[in-house]
Design a protein around this ligand. Structure first.
Ligand code: OSB
Ligand code: MG
Length: 375
């Protein structure tokens, strides 16, 4: 099979979150992102979503750097020679260093198109087997502990399978103690988004008594070595997010003992294929993974659901319902969570229809790139 992509449309969308989302590094309220559409010679569309934010807090990529990379380098590489399978793209894109979120957005669109051409759901094209996936919810830093307890109460009542609380120095041990007291049995974890250093080891050890499933990314976003020092000092498993940008990062982290769990984000690792490779490596090593979130709209959310159907996505991810984030998402049906489960769609490709009316409503500008006519 050849994938004959005729043109690519990049759209810049802007959507308002229902509620501001605060992490140790800043607050998100408006989400700007790039929606990628690849269209083949028969008019079939594949969809991808860049998870880069407008501000380089989480990583160095932004919406604008992604647009630049896609326009100047990645779309031309996609068009540079025939493509037989989406798994050829990581090698083709390897000519470009880093810029993983930009790569993943385009690769994801090609995977959707490929699966649609095969007539199979994306999860199946990736080798996933689950029919439903378990999900948790990530809760931002709140104005007060009472606010936090109320928010948690709401999500526990909705059946989410685990609660993730964002922490930072000054919003950590005391907060988690109060949460634990109010919810003694809830599966609970904390995400520091690299707000600590090794000098805070005592503070992090103080979290051990609360039976957290894991602590996510306590130390620097580019670190593996300090995490390897920290892990033996803690009972709580460390989960790495920001630090894992590739298969090789994952291999080194496991060899060093930097973590016992890995959060896989498709964008952060450069695409579905790399995500699958990391998943497989962790499965071989007996290390569970779960799918992280980047406050995605429907297309990115659908990709997260598809990758989570792989067996070793053994822990609930951050893929909450569309309505947790948006008044109105860009897919139909929207992603729904019942009793902490998402039923995996079985229509071809990402399995949700992109709602073009909503896409237009949120689009601020767009650009079309046509494949150069072949001689
Ligand atoms: O660290 O997992 C993170 C949101 C923005 C940036 C980084 C992170 C997050 C989340 C939210 O935790 C996950 C989601 O609900 O999409
Ligand atoms: Mg995280």
């Amino acid at each position: 099979m050849t994938i004959n992509i005729e043109y690519v449309i990049l759209r810049h969308l802007q959507m308002e979150l229902k509620a501001p989302f605060t992490t140790s590094f800043g607050t998100f309220q408006t989400k700007e992102f790039i929606l990628v559409e690849v269209v083949d010679c028969d008019g079939v569309s594949g969809w991808g979503e860049s998870v880069a934010f407008s501000v380089p807090w989480y990583s160095e990529e932004t919406v604008k750097t992604n647009w630049h990379m896609l326009e100047e380098f990645l779309v031309p590489l996609l068009f540079s020679k025939p493509l037989r399978h989406p798994a050829e793209l990581p090698e083709r894109f390897a000519a470009i260093r880093q810029n993983n979120m930009a790569k993943a957005a385009l690769e994801g669109a090609v995977w959707d198109l490929y699966a649609k051409r095969l007539g199979v759901p994306l999860c199946q094209a990736l080798g996933g087997t689950k029919k439903e996936i378990e999900v948790g919810v990530s809760i931002g830093i709140q104005p007060t502990v009472d606010d936090l307890l109320q928010v948690i109460e709401r999500y526990v009542a909705q059946g989410y399978r685990r609660i993730k609380v964002k922490i930072k120095p000054g919003w950590d041990v005391d907060v988690i103690r109060d949460v634990r007291r109010a919810f003694p049995d809830v599966p609970l974890m904390a995400d520091a988004n690299s707000a600590y250093t090794l000098a805070d080891a005592k503070r992090l050890q103080a979290l051990d008594e609360f039976g957290l499933m894991m602590i996510e990314q306590p130390l620097a976003a580019d670190d593996l070595v300090d995490h390897a020092r920290l892990q033996p000092l803690l009972k709580t498993p460390i989960c790495l997010d920001e630090s894992i940008r590739s298969y090789d990062d994952a291999r080194k982290a496991l060899d060093l003992g930097s973590c016992r769990i890995i959060n896989i984000k498709i964008g952060r690792v450069g695409g579905l294929w790399e995500a699958k490779r990391i998943h497989d490596l962790c499965a071989e090593r007996g290390v569970p993974v779960w799918c992280g979130g980047m406050l995605e709209a429907g297309v990115g959310r659908a990709h997260n659901i598809a990758i989570t159907t792989l067996e070793n996505f053994a822990l609930p991810g951050d893929t909450a319902a569309s309505s947790h984030y948006w008044e109105r998402d860009i897919i139909t049906p929207e992603v729904e969570v019942h009793n902490g489960l998402i039923r995996v769609p079985n229509a071809p490709g990402i399995g949700y229809d992109v709602d073009r009316r909503q896409v237009e409503r949120y689009t601020q500008f767009a650009k079309l790139f046509h494949r150069a006519p072949t001689a």
